[in-house]
Design a protein around this ligand. Structure first.
Ligand SMILES: Cc1cc2nc3c(=O)[nH]c(=O)nc-3n(C[C@H](O)[C@H](O)[C@H](O)COP(=O)(O)OP(=O)(O)OC[C@H]3O[C@@H](n4cnc5c(N)ncnc54)[C@H](O)[C@@H]3O)c2cc1C
Length: 510
């Protein structure tokens, strides 16, 4: 039960007839080309520079290429301060085994991610059979206040029985509030699906507020999740226990987070979650490979200066780059990039999540139990400042007495604390993530267009929710903004770029 997002599309994908496709090509090409020449030096390629190689930056590159005609002359540079691409999509190696260290889980209705997987020929991991009947419990620091049955069997029939029994156990504790919770999540997911509509009905958004309002999601950012769920008729017990556990696991935060980020968090606790075999970072790597990008690894951008007609980007390697369009695809909150003239964005705190990976064995005594076998595979916790962790989950069972675990906590896990929780520890890896925004209500959003010109900020959308899919969605909008604002004097009629389906998964084709 980890974070994913729900970003789905209705089945009503928009099919493109070959006639409308040809029309799009003929209508749009001359318009784009003539305006490209008007904006850049005659004959020379326009230079688009992107700071950050995560799913946001790589998606901007992908959609720029995807939505522009093949002979529109522009180069794309991506700058990445690290030696690898992917940003918060990263893996960790624990004694020879690879696990997701950051963004782990995708939702079944994450259509951009599904498209990428297909386009890049990546393999999907679905939760294993054993996971589907693995135990889950809520720990309050003294006892398990709630526990499901845990039963490992490869037999589908046995799994079904356990799954039914667990549904019954949940229903007995939380009642029909569970159904109300599902409805609340479903409604937010359905609204988000509007972002997969074709260009005929979906405008290009200049601000995050406008983008959220159009999809009917804005109001959810003005109130806390607790308020929204209370209004939706959820019982206080469900909010204090199950909902709290989910928001702590997925965003390291309480139910006082904004309603939209909360809904996204809850959507990531449902069924059908998936990931990319070998690591989700491969989406970014593949998109960059497919988008004719000049990738600059180990190149940290330290300043972005507007020079009137262009931007000058300077890196810590003492290199200077001239860019017609500059895109920031990383959160600016903990960065010291210097902007000239200065930009103004609302102050935002990042929530730090400490991911600790332990190879070893949990100590049953810590949980008041007699044997390790009694400890559920996922232990979540309620909101209590004295609790040292948000969750502990089994990533892999090597044998009866040897596991790899992942712990999420708000503070670093001290050795002494780990020694009380584990009876054996053969390897410990700690990662401190500036993970996602600390969500508050009402949220205030930074602009997509930072200077009114051609300096863009993809992660302005992260104040709505932070997931791989939301980054891709914001990136798609930024790519459309660039195409409509830079390559044309007036807003380009992107509605003429129609959508088509690709094996049932929507994309836009030229
Ligand atoms: C622990 C954890 C668990 C998560 N779980 C999930 C999950 O299960 N599912 C999900 O969908 N999402 C999850 N998320 C959220 C998800 O990871 C992010 O929303 C998403 O990956 C953000 O992508 P991005 O491209 O916008 O930013 P990033 O991935 O942060 O990419 C920004 C890139 O910019 C680079 N950079 C920064 N500054 C500079 C500079 N000055 N010059 C050059 N390069 C620079 C960074 O090194 C980085 O590579 C999780 C996040 C964390 C931390």
């Amino acid at each position: 039960m980890l974070l994913a997002l729900a970003m789905a599309s209705s089945a009503s994908t928009i099919r493109l007839s070959s006639r409308s496709l040809i029309f799009s090509l003929f209508f749009l090409l001359p318009l784009l080309i003539s305006n490209a020449n008007a904006n850049g030096d005659a004959g020379s390629a326009v230079s688009i520079c992107i700071v950050g190689s995560g799913i946001g930056g790589s998606s901007v590159a992908h959609f720029l290429r995807r939505y522009s005609p093949p002979n529109l002359n522009f180069t794309i540079r991506i700058f990445e301060r690290n030696g690898v691409v992917g940003g918060r999509m990263a893996t960790v190696n624990v004694s020879g085994h690879t696990f997701e260290a950051g963004a782990s889980i995708l939702h079944p209705r994450n259509l951009h991610a599904l498209n990428y997987t297909k386009l890049l020929n990546l393999t999907i991991n679905t939760p294993s059979d054993s996971e589907s009947s693995s135990g889950f419990a809520i720990w309050d620091g003294h006892k398990f206040v709630f526990k499901t049955l845990s039963f490992k069997s490869k037999l589908p029939f046995a799994q079904k029985i356990v799954s039914l029994a667990n549904s019954l156990i949940m229903l007995l504790r939380y009642g029909f509030s569970l159904v109300r919770m599902e409805r609340f999540v479903e409604s937010a997911v359905n609204n988000f699906c509007k972002y997969y509509e074709g260009f005929e009905t979906r405008p290009v958004f200049e601000t995050v507020d406008e983008m959220l309002q159009w999809a009917g999601l804005y109001n959810l950012t003005t109130r806390t999740l607790a308020m929204e769920l209370a209004d939706a008729g959820l019982s206080p017990l469900l909010i204090q226990e199950l909902v709290t556990v989910i928001t702590r696991i997925n965003y390291g935060q309480s139910v006082n987070m904004s309603g939209l980020a909360g809904a996204v968090s809850l959507a990531g606790s449902g069924g059908g979650l998936w990931s990319i075999k070998g690591g989700n970072w491969q989406m970014a790597a593949g998109l960059i490979d497919h988008s004719e990008v000049d990738l600059h690894l180990h190149e940290e951008i330290e300043s972005i200066s507007s020079k009137g007609e262009y931007y000058e980007l300077n890196s810590t390697q003492r290199n200077s780059y001239t860019c017609d369009v500059a895109v920031v695809a990383t959160p600016l909150d903990e960065l010291s990039v210097q902007f000239t003239p200065p930009i103004s964005i609302p102050k935002r705190e990042l929530q730090h999540t400490h991911a600790t990976f332990v190879r070893g064995l949990l100590n049953p005594v810590y949980f008041g139990l007699n044997s390790v076998a009694e400890i559920p595979e996922l232990v979540g916790t309620i909101e209590d400042p004295d609790l040292p962790f948000s969750s502990i989950s089994v990533l892999k069972q090597h044998n009866e007495n040897d596991f790899t675990y992942k712990i999420f906590s708000r503070k670093s896990m001290a050795d002494a604390t780990l020694d009380s929780i584990f009876s054996v520890r053969t390897e410990t890896i700690r990662i401190n993530w500036g993970a996602y925004p600390h969500y508050t209500a009402p949220e205030v959003f930074a602009p997509f267009i930072l200077d009114g010109q051609h300096l863009y900020y993809v992660n302005a959308f992260e104040n709505a929710a932070s997931t791989m899919e939301t980054s891709a969605t914001a990136a798609e909008n930024v790519a459309r903004l660039i195409l409509s604002r830079f390559f044309t004097s007036g807003p380009i009629n992107l509605a003429n770029l129609s959508s088509s389906t690709d094996g049932g998964v929507r994309h836009v084709d030229l």
